[in-house]
Design a protein around this ligand. Structure first.
Ligand SMILES: *Cc1c(COP(=O)(O)O)cnc(C)c1O
Length: 349
């Protein structure tokens, strides 16, 4: 597969024929010298946001490229990773013809996006140990299986998938393998970005919504081959990352120390919470986590969920998810929030 990989075979026919929309800002980019921009019908009076944002987000990509050791042309940015994932559907999946493979229990957006885009979602349950079931994935996929979503660390189970299993899928799956790394910054495992050279069918998505503390600005990132990124660039809305988001993201990326401090604090709190959960008589199991949340199995998830809610603590009840009967998902909060959560957990015994 990897040897004779041809991206053209995966791209939708209508997308093949497209060329990217050329906006005013694409046609002429300032080289730093003093120019007068009368090309985009903007209001000329400066208020910080009167100009259209850079459609290619060059400054942001330059920082990310350096930090992640990839070329800027291997990066696509979107309005959250949700937009990035949607672009993958729209570029590669022909409605009513193609299909995707997702592995429940996992992030809900893969299913939502397959519904919106009218693409069949073939679900293959994770194994009991929450790993992808390779044999079953290959059995259920065919020449129309364009995308395989591997969420690692997985939401809501919290585990990273085994490297050997992911490698096997990269070598044998005929479409694109999308590794959703929303939680990678909390994980001791390496990012799959390092595999981009070796696997032309690999797509890695990340986000500033979790470890980077910027869910509010909506900034999602896709790393892939320059060929794949070129396809996505053809269909992305020209100004999909607004000026305020680009600006705030840039500032944040330049402050890795602050980010690392927060991650360290969250990991400490994750350990604390995990220990506290294990001591509760109604908690049967605490699943190991490589993310900023913990999944725990309790005696009666609906009952515990309601009781916590009555105490003003909002968590996620995952009991209706396959393999997740009677589980609750706890996001790791601040030390003070965690203390309050643990007190509430004890009070509802
Ligand atoms: C939270 C989360 C995201 C984040 O999506 P954004 O649109 O970037 O906020 C992506 N994937 C998974 C698995 C998540 O849990």
């Amino acid at each position: 597969m990897v040897e004779n990989f041809n991206i053209d075979k995966l791209v939708r026919d209508n997308v093949k024929g497209l060329s990217p929309y050329s906006s005013a800002r694409d046609e002429y980019v300032s080289d730093g010298s003093k120019m007068i921009f009368l090309d985009a019908n903007e209001n000329p009076f400066d208020n910080g946001v009167n100009r259209y944002p850079d459609p290619q987000q060059r400054s942001l990509k330059a920082v990310l490229a350096t930090q992640k050791k990839v070329a800027p042309a291997q990066i696509l940015l979107g309005n959250g990773s949700d937009e990035v994932l949607d672009l993958l559907f729209r570029a590669f999946c022909e409605p009513k013809t193609d299909n995707i493979i997702s592995l429940p229990p996992t992030y809900g957006m893969y299913k939502v996006l397959s519904g919106i885009n009218n693409i069949e979602n073939r679900e293959v349950l994770l194994t009991e140990s929450f790993e992808p079931n390779v044999a079953e994935i290959l059995r259920k996929s065919d020449q129309n299986s364009k995308l395989l979503f591997l969420c690692s660390p997985n939401n809501p189970t919290g585990n990273s998938f085994s490297k050997a299993v992911v490698k096997e899928l990269l070598q044998s799956f005929k479409g694109l393998v999308v590794v959703d790394e929303a939680y990678i910054d909390f994980s001791p495992e390496d990012s799959w970005i390092h595999g981009l050279e070796e696997y032309p069918n690999l797509v890695v998505t990340q986000t500033l919504s979790k470890a980077y503390g910027m869910a509010g600005i909506r900034l999602g990132i896709c790393y892939a081959s320059t060929e794949i990124i070129a396809v996505l660039n053809k269909i992305k809305p020209p100004y999909n990352v607004n000026e305020l988001s680009q600006h705030r993201a840039y500032e944040r990326l330049m402050d890795q120390e602050a980010i690392n401090q927060e991650i360290t604090a969250i990991l400490e709190q994750r350990d604390c919470l995990s220990k506290a959960l294990l001591e509760l008589p109604y908690v049967d199991r605490v699943f190991p986590s490589h993310a900023n949340f913990i999944l725990a199995k309790v005696d009666d998830a609906n009952n515990r969920y309601e009781k916590l809610l009555a105490k003003g603590v909002v968590i996620r009840n995952r009991t209706t998810q396959p393999l997740c009967e009677n589980t609750l998902r706890f996001t790791v909060g601040t030390p003070v929030e965690n203390e309050q959560l643990i007190r509430a957990l004890k009070e509802i015994q």
